[in-house]
Design a binder for this molecule. Structure first.
Ligand SMILES: [Zn+2]
Length: 318
C-alpha cells in the first residue's frame, strides 16, 4: 500500500500483479513466528520445493560429482561479470563416440524455474545413469546456469540489454568456447527460460523457415506431446519469431546457425498465469513434464540422421 501511494503521488501508472509475494517465495525466507527456520542456508539442499540461491545450486553440483565420480564432472569454464566462477556439470560415460546435449538455465535472472528444471534433469540422469537406455548413455550431457544476453535490447538500461557486441559478456563467451572447442559433436541444444509455455526454434531474426524447419517442428512436437501427457499442460511449438517475437543475437540462432547444432530450442517454461513467480507446488510438476519432454526429444533426435552435427568447421576452432 505504501508503494501504491508513492506511485499515485507521482502519477506513475501501475498494476498490482501479486498482492502477496510471500506466497511464492521459499518458506525459509518468510520471517513469521509460525515458520521455523530449521536449517542454515549453507546446509540447504535442493529438493525442488522452493527456489534456491547460487551457492545451494553449486553445492548440489559438487555433491553429484562426489556421489557419482565416474560419470559426473564439475568444471569452472569462466568467470562471471561479478567475478564468480561459472560452473558446468558434465554427465558422461566418456565414450569417444558420444554426441552432446546442452542444457542451460538462469540466462535471465528472474526466470528461477529454469534452474530448477536443469538441476532436476541432471539429478535424474546422474542417479539413473546405469539403468538408462543407450539413447541417454551415449550422450555427453552438459548443464550450465547463470548470466547471459539474449531476448536482447540495445538499451543498456533495459532489463534484457544484449551488451555492446556479440559475446561481450564472459558468461556467453564461456559457453561459446565450451561448445566449439569441446570436441563433442552437439546434436541437441536447449536453453530454458520462462514464462510463456512454448517450445521455439530458429530462426529468431527472420520469418523465413530455417533449413531444418520440419525436423525442428517434429522434435518440438514430440516434446510438447510428452509434456502434455505428463500433467496436461499444453506448450506451443513453432519457429521463435512465429510464436514469440523478432529477436536478434539469440543463443539458439547462434547454436543452430554458427555452432550447427541441429536440434536447437529455446523452451519457455511455466507459467503464463503467474509469470516469473511460479507457485512452489508447480515447480516439481514443471520439472517432471520437461524431463519427459527432453527424453522424447532425445529419442526423436536419435532416429534422425544427423547431417550437420558431426563437423564443426575448422575455421570456428581457431
Ligand atoms: Zn529468458
Amino acid at each position: 500500500m505504501q508503494m501504491a501511494k508513492l506511485f499515485q503521488g507521482r502519477d506513475i501508472p501501475f498494476e498490482v500483479i501479486v498482492s502477496d509475494a510471500s506466497a511464492y517465495v521459499s518458506p525459509l525466507r518468510i520471517r513469521s513466528p509460525n515458520v521455523t527456520r530449521i536449517r542454515s542456508p549453507l546446509n540447504r539442499s535442493l529438493d525442488w520445493k522452493g527456489f534456491y540461491p547460487l551457492h545451494v545450486v553449486y553445492n548440489f553440483l559438487n555433491n553429484l560429482e562426489k556421489t557419482f565420480p565416474s560419470t559426473c564432472t564439475v568444471s569452472v569454464i569462466g568467470r562471471s561479470v561479478e567475478g564468480r566462477d561459472i560452473k558446468m556439470l558434465k554427465i558422461s560415460n566418456s565414450d569417444a563416440n558420444n554426441t552432446g546435449v546442452w542444457l542451460d538455465g538462469a540466462t535471465h535472472a528472474r526466470e528461477w524455474i529454469s534452474t530448477s528444471v536443469v538441476t532436476y534433469i541432471a539429478d535424474y540422469l546422474a542417479k539413473n545413469f546405469d539403468s538408462l537406455s543407450v539413447n541417454y548413455t551415449s550422450k555427453d550431457w552438459y548443464y550450465w546456469g547463470r548470466g547471459g544476453t539474449d531476448h536482447s535490447s540495445g538499451d543498456p538500461n533495459h532489463l534484457n540489454y544484449r551488451g555492446p557486441e556479440p559475446f561481450s559478456e564472459p558468461e556467453t563467451t564461456a559457453i561459446k568456447d565450451m561448445i566449439l572447442y569441446s570436441g563433442t559433436p552437439f546434436k541437441i541444444f536447449l536453453s530454458f527460460h520462462a514464462c510463456s509455455e512454448a517450445i521455439s526454434f530458429p530462426w529468431c531474426h527472420t520469418a523465413d523457415p530455417c533449413p531444418d524447419y520440419v525436423n525442428l517442428l517434429e522434435g518440438g512436437t514430440a516434446m510438447a506431446k510428452a509434456i502434455f501427457e505428463t500433467a496436461g499442460r499444453m506448450y506451443k511449438v513453432g519457429n521463435f519469431k512465429d510464436i514469440m517475437y523478432y529477436a536478434s543475437g539469440t543463443s539458439i540462432d547462434w547454436s543452430y546457425g554458427t555452432a550447427r547444432i541441429p536440434f536447437s530450442y529455446l523452451v519457455e517454461l511455466r507459467s503464463k498465469q503467474d509469470r516469473f513467480t511460479l507457485r512452489r507446488e508447480e515447480i516439481i510438476v514443471c520439472c517432471k513434464e520437461i524431463l519427459n519432454g527432453v527424453k522424447a526429444l532425445v529419442e526423436f533426435a536419435d532416429k534422425k540422421k544427423c547431417l550437420n552435427c558431426s563437423v564443426i568447421p575448422k575455421k570456428l576452432r581457431n
